[in-house]
Design a protein around this ligand. Sequence first.
Ligand code: IMP
Ligand code: MG
Length: 419
Amino acid sequence: MTTRYRVEYALKTHRRDQLIEWIKGLLAVPFVLHSQPTAVFEPRGESVDHMAATAQRRYAEIMKDIEELINDHIAHQKAGTHDRSKLKLLVPSVATFFTPLMLHDAFIWQDQRRFISYRRFVPPSFNDIRLILNTAQVMSLVRGGPLELVTFDGDVTLYDDGQSLTADNPVIPRILRLMRGGSKIGIITAAGYAEARRYYERLHGLLDALHASNLPVALKQNLVVLGGESNYCFKFAGDSPDLLKLVPRKEWLLDEMLLWEESDITELLDIAEASLRDTVNNMRLAATIVRKERAVGIIPQDGHKFSRESLEETVLIAQKILEMSPVGRRLPFCAFNGGNDVFVDIGDKSWGVLACQRFFGGIEGGKTLHVGDQFLSAGANDFKARLACTTAWIANPAETVQLLDEIAELDEMQQRKTR
Ligand code: IMP
Ligand code: MG
């Protein structure tokens, strides 16, 4: 998991989100030309409202242009030439867009809430653009028809790092609202356990509320938990003491996952464990190695806090070694920094999302939204979900609540329009 600080830290490292950085660069031009920092001590001259209106118009025009570049990229995707789009030349790391992004309208929406155009000293920031992209994505999903599947990461997305989803969590009524509207819900967490009880302990607030709600039984079935990225699947079961029931692997594994050999899984975890052990020794980390059926990780010894640098170093070494090993090319894995632990899991969240989509009868990527906090390209585990569906990058659980409120507001606007 990442803290809000760590999301902002993305500004300061080589590990940046290239699309966001590129948009930031484009918006810096109208900021330089239209912001009026001297107006603070020279009150005569243009009014702040006039300045903001001009800046807003110019920012919004740029967002419209980017929206069109993305549409062009999507046209290339459909023609099988996505690597030749103009956007791909400008931002080589862009991959697949599952839907267009309503960037113009999303900018206006966020500007009305964040007063970006009114700012005279602080240009459009990483977080401004991250939130505009989230809004643009949900606008497009809501306008494009019902949102069929919403998947959530656990730590930092639904509850604070290392905590549980308790009964007072404001996300609960919002998730129930989505379910009432017919959306399916997946909780896709790295936390990997084979027993339902462990997930009940983490998620009891939501599970109890769903159980007690007056939702029709058929809709209550629309919640699954995918644990260990994509290793354990549980479905809601009102009659079981933990309100969750393990779904046997043969009922939900994708065909490609059936090809993952046990011997490869052991080999990959052995290499990962050796790498972790090595780093722990070299960096004198006060760490305990945890080996599981489908994961290996380091956790701190009693109350110790690892430095961010140690965590990142440990992840990057394990990732590099695994990438270079033959088994690492055969088998998907995910090495990530969990805030105060490091784990290497078999599989990743793209498989977790794909498994949810299949479990619910074959939902498309363009009808699925994954909400998570870890979207840096290295050492982060929500990033891979981008291969399977649209995504929203939040920085803390309060932002998840805000995003779900945005979806509700947009839903209502959409329904009023179609009535
Ligand atoms: P997430 O943010 O919901 O994906 O949860 C990630 C956290 O789950 C990690 O930071 C660990 O603290 C915890 N965890 C427990 N078991 C596992 C495991 O088997 N693999 C990865 N993370 C685990
Ligand atoms: Mg997380």
